[in-house]
Ligand binder design. Structure first.
Ligand SMILES: Nc1ccc(C(=O)N[C@@H](CCC(=O)O)C(=O)O)cc1
Length: 479
C-alpha cells in the first residue's frame, strides 16, 4: 500500500463514525429541492467545525454553500448533493415497502451518501495537505436541488465553478465503476392556461376550459412524440387541474413538461415545437397561454484523462468486503424486485458505466469487483446537473456499490438501503478514490495539462452557454 493510500484509508477509518452520523442525519431529514435547510445546515456546520471557511447562500440560493481550505492554485472541487424525492418515504433496513410518513419524502437517489462521500474526500484532502504542507485549494460545493431543480446549473450561471481546475463527484449505485457515459440535456417548463369559469350544465357555452387546453396540449405532444429523435423524452405532470368541481368549467390549469434529448440544441428545437402545440391548444379552447421556464441542464461531457486517473484510484481502493448480514439483506432486496426489475439489472449497471456482461453476478447479490474502464459514446437515459459543471471544468465521476445488484434508483428499495454498513463502506470507498485522485493532482500538477487540453479542445468549438435564461430563479416544489 502506498503511504498516501494508507494515510487516506486510515483517515476514513478513524472518521467513519462522523461520516456515518452526517449521512444518517441527512437520510433522517429528507428534503426536496431547494428546501434542504436542515441537511445544508448540518453539512455546512460540519465543514466549519473541520476548519473550512464556509460561504452560505451561494448564487443567491439559500441552501447552496461552499467550504474552502487552502490558498491559490490548483483548485480542486468536490460536488456534493443532499436533496431527496417526494413520495418515497421508507423505513431503513427492511426488505418490504413501509413508509415512515405516508406519501412523505425519502432519499431514493442516495444523496445522503453522495453529499457525505464528497465531504469525506474534502476532509481527507485537507488533512493530507496540512500534514504535507501541500499548496493549493480544496473546496466542497454544497449543491442543492439536483432532482428536478438543476441547482448546479443555476450555480454555474452565476460563475461559482469558473475558477476550478478539476471537479470530482460520484453517485451511489449497485456497482463500482467510472460514470463515463454522457447524459440527456433537458428543459423543464410550466404551461399555464387561463380560461373563463361558468356553470358546466347551465351555461357551458360561456365557459372556456383551461383543463381542456391541458388535455389537448398533451394529446398534441403525444402525436409529436413520433416525430422527434428516438432518444428524446417528453414527460409531463399536471400540476393544476383547475379544482375539484366537475360542474364548474375550470378556468385555471397547468402542466409541467420535462423535455430531454442528447444535446441541448435538440432539446431547444423540441421545446419550440412543444410551445407551438401549446399555442394550438390555447387557440382551440380560446384560453390564454403563459409559458414559464422552470429550469434546464446540459448533457454531460466526460473528461477521459481525468476519468483514467480516477479509475486507477478506484481500482487501488478496491471493492471492499460485505458481511454475512449485508449479503442476506441484499438477497432479500433482490427477491423484493419484480421480474422486470430483475431482468433489467445489468442494463441499470451499464447506465453507471459497468462494462461487463453480468455473468460474474451468478449467485451474488452484491457487486464485489471494480468494473473495467472502457469509455464509450453511449448516452445514459437520465439527466444530471453535474453536466453543466462538466462544460466549464474538467469533471469526472465514479460510482460505488452501496446497494444490492438490481436496485433501481428512485425506489423504496434504494431508500431502505441508504444507511446500511455496506452503503457507508461504499460511500467511503468513493470518498477515498476521489481524495487520492485530488492528492495525486495536487502533487503532480503537470498532469493537469493533458486534462485541461482535452477540455479546452472541446470548448474552443463549442463554448458553454447556460441553458437557463438569466432572469429565471430556482423554484421549489410543493410537497
Ligand atoms: N447518475 C445519475 C444522476 C442523476 C440521475 C437522475 O435520475 N436524475 C434526474 C434529474 C432530473 C432533472 O434534471 O431534473 C432524472 O434524470 O430524472 C440518475 C443517475
Amino acid at each position: 500500500m502506498t503511504s498516501t493510500k494508507s494515510f487516506v484509508t486510515d483517515y476514513m477509518n478513524k472518521q467513519r463514525g462522523l461520516f456515518e452520523e452526517i449521512s444518517s442525519y441527512v437520510w433522517n431529514h429528507p428534503e426536496t429541492r431547494f428546501q434542504e435547510h436542515a441537511s445544508a445546515a448540518f453539512l455546512a456546520n460540519a465543514l466549519e467545525e473541520a476548519g473550512f471557511a464556509v460561504e452560505r447562500n451561494v448564487a443567491g440560493i439559500e441552501t447552496a454553500f461552499v467550504g474552502t481550505f487552502g490558498e491559490g492554485a490548483p483548485y480542486i472541487g468536490f460536488l456534493g448533493e443532499f436533496d431527496a424525492l417526494s413520495g418515497l418515504s421508507q423505513e431503513a433496513n427492511i426488505a418490504e415497502q413501509k413508509p415512515i410518513v405516508e406519501g412523505g419524502i425519502g432519499h431514493g437517489c442516495g444523496h445522503n451518501l453522495l453529499g457525505t462521500g464528497a465531504l469525506s474526500s474534502a476532509f481527507a484532502v485537507k488533512a493530507y495537505m496540512e500534514e504535507h504542507n501541500l499548496p493549493g485549494t480544496v473546496q466542497f460545493f454544497g449543491c442543492p436541488g439536483e432532482e428536478g431543480g438543476s441547482g448546479k446549473t443555476f450555480m454555474a450561471r452565476e460563475g461559482v465553478f469558473d475558477h476550478l481546475d478539476v471537479a470530482l463527484s460520484w453517485h451511489p449505485s449497485p456497482v463500482n465503476s467510472i460514470m463515463h457515459l454522457s447524459t440527456l440535456a433537458n428543459y423543464q417548463v410550466y404551461f399555464q392556461f387561463k380560461g373563463i369559469t361558468s356553470h358546466a350544465a347551465n351555461s357551458p357555452h360561456l365557459g372556456r376550459s383551461a383543463l381542456d387546453a391541458v388535455e389537448l396540449m398533451n394529446v398534441g405532444v403525444n402525436y409529436l412524440r413520433e416525430h422527434v429523435p428516438a432518444d428524446a423524452r417528453m414527460h409531463y405532470a399536471v400540476t393544476n387541474t383547475g379544482g375539484y368541481s366537475p360542474n364548474v368549467v375550470q378556468a385555471d390549469a397547468e402542466v409541467l413538461y420535462l423535455i430531454r434529448a442528447p444535446k441541448v440544441e435538440q432539446v431547444d428545437e423540441i421545446y419550440k415545437r412543444v410551445c407551438k402545440v401549446a399555442e394550438g391548444a390555447a387557440l382551440m379552447t380560446e384560453t390564454k397561454l403563459t409559458v414559464k421556464f422552470d429550469k434546464a441542464c446540459s448533457n454531460y461531457e466526460p473528461n477521459r484523462a481525468l476519468e483514467r486517473i480516477l479509475h486507477q484510484y478506484l481500482v487501488e481502493t478496491g471493492a471492499g468486503s460485505a458481511s454475512e448480514e449485508d449479503q442476506q439483506f441484499a438477497k432479500a432486496i433482490w427477491e423484493s424486485l419484480n421480474e422486470g426489475e430483475q431482468k433489467s439489472a445489468v442494463e441499470v449497471l451499464k447506465g453507471f458505466g459497468y462494462t461487463g456482461d453480468g455473468t460474474e453476478f451468478e449467485g451474488k447479490y452484491l457487486y464485489d469487483d471494480v468494473s473495467e474502464y472502457i469509455p464509450s459514446d453511449e448516452v445514459l437515459s437520465g439527466s444530471t446537473d453535474v453536466s453543466d459543471v462538466s462544460w466549464l471544468v474538467p469533471t469526472a465521476q465514479c460510482t460505488t456499490a452501496t446497494a444490492a445488484i438490481g436496485t433501481p434508483l428512485h425506489t423504496w428499495q434504494m431508500v431502505t438501503q441508504g444507511i446500511t454498513p455496506f452503503a457507508h463502506s461504499g460511500m467511503l470507498r468513493a470518498g477515498t478514490a476521489m481524495a487520492l485522485t485530488a492528492i495525486y493532482l495536487l502533487e503532480n500538477t503537470d498532469e493537469l495539462k493533458a486534462i485541461k487540453e482535452e477540455h479546452e479542445k472541446k470548448r474552443e468549438k463549442n463554448p458553454y452557454v447556460c441553458p437557463i435564461p438569466a432572469d429565471i430563479k430556482p423554484s421549489a416544489i410543493k410537497n
